[in-house]
Design a protein. Sequence first.
Length: 94
Amino acid sequence: MHYNPESGHTYDAVLARMQSNWYRILDMVFVILGMYHGLNGIWGIFRDYKLKAWQSVTIMSFLIISGLAFSLWGIKTILDIPYVQTTTSELFIK
């Protein structure tokens, strides 16, 4: 895939891979872990400053709500990829 950009980067190749539930689960885990990693880093930046209690609560609430919203959006996108009728041989012929 990395040495030949034509293999694996087309819509058909991604759609074929996403027919497996394991790829969907793996992608959802990446979305959740990536969101946690990113938001934890942002919260770490804010923790370096001496914030008042109400500021900490406001920022943490915003991070949690936006993190949940974007995580759900990412999971919905993964789950909205349609299942198509393919056979195993069709995936390897191209």
